[in-house]
Design a binder for this molecule. Sequence first.
Ligand code: SF4
Ligand code: SF4
Length: 373
Amino acid sequence: MRLDELIAEGERVMTVCNACRYCEGYCAVFPAMERRLTFAPADLNYLANLCHGCGECYYACQYAPPHEFAINVPKVLTQIRGASYRQYAWPSGFARLFDRNGLISSLVLAVCLVLALLLASLVSRPTGVLDPPVKPGDFYAVVPHGVMAWAFGLVSLLVVMALVGGFLRFWRESGEGLKTFAQPFALRAALADITKLEYLDGRGAGCTYPDAQQSQARRWFHHLTFYGFLLCFAATCVGTLYHYGFGWQAPYEWLSVPVILGTLGGTGLLIGTAGLYWLKSISDKALADREQNGMDIAFIALLFLTSLTGLLLLGFRETAAMGLFLVVHLGVVMALFLTLPYGKFVHGIYRGAALVRYALERSRPGLTMGREQ
Ligand code: SF4
Ligand code: SF4
């Protein structure tokens, strides 16, 4: 569907819902919708990023297909959400690379990076990549610490710039100033919604995903993925502090803080991403946007491979296979980092920003966009 057709369909569906209002208790989308009389593209992008595609409003809707109104809120908002990822991506050209062939592009990128790292370490490192490490678990004998720090530091900087660029585009379009984003009460409310996954709770009975039956499965797999990712990030931060702050070099003991955080985080990511993929594979196809499948699965696959290769690296760090596992893990992690601003990860950024805006709007009672009630 062309973008103008998609926007027109979004406007049509939201106008019908705004007259009906049966679903107003289901999630943040409907109260936010009710504050509006018309639905400009920026409003639709905002509502689409408030939606998490649970499907509850679709299964409850008396106007859903085969009714002639053919109202399908999750599908149209998923399509608009996908278009918003491309619209706000910075630099825009990179988004097109991962747009239609997200899974293949990401896997090809990961393989190329692994091969490049393998070649670089074979050419430059003091001992061969397949030799047993002189000191058990000595990663820096395979890839020197300076090379690792510079490569990942540079990639992280580019990724942060791209994510901030995307966020600024999204927020500027919403019409809110940067000062309003920094309102503590709105940030607190959005953070509470995100950390508890408030809207996947379905008011206690869980989400109608992967089908009309309510269940907590998506919430739990999402929690494992989200907190697994945060624990892995925390492990890297603690390792960096140990290295630069205290001069303690890796490898760290099995019961050290970075290894415990990394193991717990990696295990959470492994189970969480496998579960999310399973739910996605059996989900109701009437609600899905097939064009976005590649992008969604690419992110899940790279997260899964990151945790799998990380845990294998940990398990085999004292064997001759350590060098090989290390370059594979680093290549996969770098591919994950490079694709973050152009894939499903941005859902977290825009959804977070949409929830902050929702908290701000709720603090302005009686205001319908464009006029006072
Ligand atoms: S999804 Fe259907 S039932 Fe729900 S508000 Fe919209 S039109 Fe009404
Ligand atoms: S699919 Fe779920 S989150 Fe999206 S609008 Fe419907 S009820 Fe809300």
